[in-house]
Design a protein around this ligand. Structure first.
Ligand code: GDG
Length: 504
């Protein structure tokens, strides 16, 4: 790496969305609110400390540049670091965001190749918008600044910056999975995307499988790269040679601010609310919290719950499945169709099994405030998280952090990145195996208290020790450390006999 981070260097975060929310009121005025979420919480202290800058789209569409009058409010929402908005026009939102990002890379990287729409105009717009983001970085970067680009919407930013002759250290973190070669190879722009990734100095993934998939793609698609045999080992961070440059590739499983969730879960208001949610103390609660997305396995979960009720009728009237679905990307047809399918299944289950005083599935389609969400985490007996494919899944970690009485059980998909860390203590399921998921619910309800306590304690310990600050430090350390030998081997889960198989 040619430039190292030191006390004088600043950090520049680049992500598709800024950590704030812009809302247009009925009278046409714009309201600016603070953004929430783990990334913002983790980045805010570092950005403040290093006099940092966050560059991104404020999520507000307009033809012209953002009005100057809005800038102070935008800046105030960030408190402590600078914010530089990059505006997108409606064509860019359609082709770069909904198009290339969410109708090509998102489905492709999650192995949903049938949902990919490979349109050239999407690619053209993606290149143009990535260049726009790169220009914003270029205008704001000093020589020693560390530039950290986030996620699949902005893969090309590093390469665009190199074209502008920016020599700063560049880091990139992919928040979604990196697919196997056979899947990635279908992308008409596979060479361009991959070689652009190699323009970063450090590339971070959630899991060792993602890292291996990436290295295999580099081997097959970019021929003039020297790959050290050790790269294919389980090392968390390794280095690859590209002419006279080195690119570091690492595994950094993202996490949450454990203390924030843990402390909120102790709050008396949260406790009261969680009690109210458990109106009937004899009813067991299963909870699902997912963004509306076909990767999250929502229909499969509902069908598994239906199978559970059919298979184990002794649970009728004794269990409720609360499924919160957070609205997302509804402009894209696949998402609108998914919503209809979920609603149809909820109606079918409630119509088939429900009674005057019992609603088997309580379905919510909205965003809850943080306290309400934490009350729900506290109220439930089982956290049911079964994505067909997921980079990490923070809901799994939040659920554990909030389970302060350590009586809950986590049912988790093998295909969530979180399974790599939780494979010993969660009940792992294959979300394509409906029967297996029904048995897993049964097993969770019949698990002795002592075993539940032990497993939940281990899960919580894991989240506490590797929280979002650990994640952030590991990434920054991998960018600057000379010797990589202090990075550990990564613990790995190999698919075996599903644990859920010991059900009746
Ligand atoms: C991507 C990757 C990776 C949910 N409902 C409400 C609410 N949430 C918050 C949760 C959680 C977040 O949304 C969802 O995070 P996930 O990780 O589960 O999923 P994605 O949105 O798909 O995130 C994923 C992640 O990036 C980070 O790298 O783990 O694999 O797909 O934090 O708490 N928050 C509030 N109300 C809700 O109703 N306030």
């Amino acid at each position: 790496m040619d430039k190292k981070m030191n006390k004088e260097s600043h950090i520049i975060i680049v992500s598709n969305r800024l950590p704030l929310i812009l809302k247009k009121n009925k009278d046409g005025t714009i309201e600016v609110g603070k953004g929430a979420g783990g990334l913002v919480t983790a980045m805010a202290p570092v950005l403040k400390n290093r006099n940092g800058t966050w560059i991104g789209w404020p999520g507000y569409v307009q033809e012209e540049e953002i009005e100057d009058s809005m800038l102070p409010a935008i800046q105030a929402a960030a408190s402590g670091y600078s914010v530089k908005p990059v505006m997108l026009n409606p064509e860019e939102v359609k082709n770069y965001y909904e198009g290339f990002s969410n109708s090509i890379i998102w489905p492709l990287f999650h192995d949903f190749t049938d949902k990919c729409i490979f349109l050239t105009e999407y690619w053209t717009s993606y290149q143009k918008v990535n260049k726009k983001f790169a220009s914003a970085v270029y205008q704001n970067a000093d020589d020693l600044d560390f530039i950290w680009v986030h996620d699949y919407q902005l893969i090309l930013v590093g390469a665009k910056l190199r074209k502008m002759h920016l020599r700063n250290t560049l880091g990139f973190f992919l928040h979604i999975p990196f697919p196997p070669f056979d899947t990635f190879a279908r992308c008409p722009w596979r060479f361009e995307l991959l070689s652009a990734m190699l323009d970063y100095d450090l590339i971070g993934f959630h899991t060792i499988q993602n890292k291996r998939n990436f290295i295999r793609c580099v081997k097959k698609i970019i021929q003039d790269v020297k790959i050290d045999k050790k790269l294919e080992s389980n090392k968390a961070v390794s280095e690859l040679s590209l002419g006279n440059r080195k690119v570091r590739i690492g595994v950094f499983p993202i996490s949450i601010d454990y203390n924030e969730f843990f402390l909120k879960a102790w709050d008396s208001k949260v406790y009261k609310r969680s009690k109210q949610m458990r109106k009937n103390a004899d009813t067991k609660i299963i909870l699902g919290v997912d963004r509306l997305d076909y990767t999250k396995g929502l229909p499969e979960k509902l069908i598994a719950f239906k199978r559970f009720l059919n298979r184990y009728p002794e649970f009728l009237k004794k269990v409720q499945f609360i499924q919160l679905v957070v609205p997302s990307r509804r402009e894209i047809t696949a998402y609108a169709d998914l919503k209809l399918r979920i609603e149809q299944l909820v109606g079918e289950i409630n119509g088939m099994f429900g009674t005057d005083d019992w609603l088997p599935v309580q379905y919510m389609f909205r965003t809850l405030d943080r306290d309400e969400l934490i009350s729900l985490y506290r109220a439930c007996d089982i956290g049911f998280i079964a994505p067909l494919k997921d980079g990490m899944n923070l809901v799994a970690k939040e659920y554990c952090a909030c389970n302060i009485d350590e009586r809950g059980v986590l049912i988790l998909s093998e295909f969530a990145g979180a399974a790599q860390q939780f494979h010993q203590d969660a009940i792992l399921v294959n979300p394509y195996d409906i029967e297996g998921m029904a048995k897993a619910i049964y097993r969770a309800f019949n698990m002795p208290l002592e075993e539940r306590n032990q497993r939940m304690r281990n899960l919580r310990e894991n989240v506490k020790n590797k929280d979002v600050f650990w994640w952030l430090n590991s990434f920054l350390r991998a960018a600057i450390e000379k010797d990589l030998s202090s990075f550990p081997q990564v613990d790995e889960y190999y698919l075996g006999k599903p644990i859920s198989d010991s059900g009746r």
